[in-house]
Design a protein around this ligand. Structure first.
Ligand code: GLU
Length: 381
């Protein structure tokens, strides 16, 4: 499978993209009668299992809770007549949806985990970091996280509203190299192909400009999900700016990921910045809330690409909270790196110079893996 990859799909192969986010829309998962399209989903799960055995870590963003729940509760308009209906439908549908994923992944020998998130969870830096470390842990444990918006508690103001953008934000949090949006259409066309027979397919987009935006129109074709081409372009903008490629592919056939890898067409939005741009935003744009002074040993470890452990920190400066940006300062006073604090300043102060096995006793809770994790750090100079 890997050897025959066509160039577009090659960007999403297990070797090129060790971490991949796959988003599946409601219209693919749920049929018109409101039940899960189990046979089709089995094919997708078989595709996921193939990629897992090739060493690729997979995060699934799964829609379908509202559509499923609406049917069970007998609600009109697919459960989207009011926010209350959508919330009730989501709460009812989500449990069935997760059960289905857990069963089908289980049949392939894979373990599923569920994460439900709201917009706030990913916008707030502390909660973003929490979500990022949970995802990272699940993925390194070999689990397949199944993610959806927490629709049953999200109000209009704090909803993503569509899982396309949610998938893009999740790719950022997971530091994924690629996002595949599986849809009822095989990509972007110059115009809506349902209305304009002259519309032609676009295979690759390197820049999302006004010309590209003009090609998309809003609204979901199926009327079941809430996405549409506009939300997919927005997702592409978020993902590509964070260093991940994004593909829109059709889920219209069995084993859609295998089909894509074998050359079935899709639209690929190419990441605008190279790999470590995912961390580069740290270097420039945020204000620094404090400083961690480190010893020579820690300075070497950082230069080798390792995380900063409390043992190597000699002093803490500033009033900061977990998630704030800190400068990491060498014994000679030069700034070595910039990264996100894993602890609030008072807790950081308590544990500097201490070995990892002493931390739980001092803090009174299970310690974080590091003082500043290497995934949330950029070396300066
Ligand atoms: N979170 C919604 C659901 O599970 C779907 C959102 C979307 O349509 O993208 O039903």
């Amino acid at each position: 499978m890997v050897a025959d990859l066509k160039p577009a799909a090659a960007r999403f192969s297990p070797t090129a993209c060790p971490r991949l986010v796959i988003k599946i829309g409601s219209a693919l998962l749920v049929d018109a009668a409101g039940t899960v399209r189990r046979e089709w989903l089995k094919g997708v799960v078989a595709d996921i299992a193939d990629r897992r055995s090739a060493g690729q870590q997979i995060v699934v963003v799964s829609s379908g809770a509202i559509a499923l729940g609406a049917r069970r509760l007998g609600l009109p308009k697919g459960g989207r007549a009011s926010l209350e209906d959508a919330q009730a439908a989501a709460a009812t549908g989500q449990i069935a949806l997760s059960q289905c994923w857990a069963e089908l992944l289980g049949d392939e020998g894979l373990t599923a985990a569920q994460m439900l998130v709201t917009l706030d969870d990913l916008e707030d830096r502390r909660r973003y970091l929490n979500a990022a470390s949970t995802l990272d842990r699940l993925l390194t444990l070999g689990v397949v996280p199944i993610i959806n918006e927490n629709d049953s508690v999200a109000t209009e103001e704090i909803r993503f509203g569509d899982n396309d953008r949610l998938a893009a934000r999740i790719s950022q949090a997971a530091l994924a190299g690629g996002v595949i949006l599986m849809s009822d259409i095989d990509g972007l066309y110059t115009a809506n192909p349902q209305r304009d027979p002259a519309a032609t397919h676009i295979a690759e987009v390197t820049r999302i400009d006004a010309r590209i935006r003009a090609m998309a129109d809003g609204g979901s074709g199926s009327g079941m999900g809430s996405g549409g081409m506009i939300s997919k372009l927005e997702a592409a903008r978020i993902a590509t700016a964070a260093g991940a490629h994004l593909a829109i592919i059709s889920g219209g056939q069995e084993r859609p990921l295998t089909a894509f890898a074998a050359g079935a067409r899709g639209t690929v939005f190419v990441a605008t910045r190279p790999e470590n741009a995912r961390r580069a935003w740290l270097a420039g744009r945020l204000t620094v809330k404090g400083k961690l002074h480190v010893d020579a040993g820690a300075a070497h470890a950082l230069a080798d690409g390792r995380s900063l452990l409390p043992a190597g920190v000699t002093a803490v400066e500033g009033r900061f909270e977990r998630g704030d940006v800190l400068d990491i300062v060498a014994p000679d006073g030069t700034v070595l790196a910039r990264g996100l604090a894993e602890y609030d300043a008072p807790d950081a102060t308590k544990i500097i110079g201490r070995r990892s096995d002493a931390l739980a006793g001092i803090l009174g809770y299970a310690p974080r893996g590091a003082m500043v994790h290497r995934d949330h750090m950029v070396l300066i100079g």
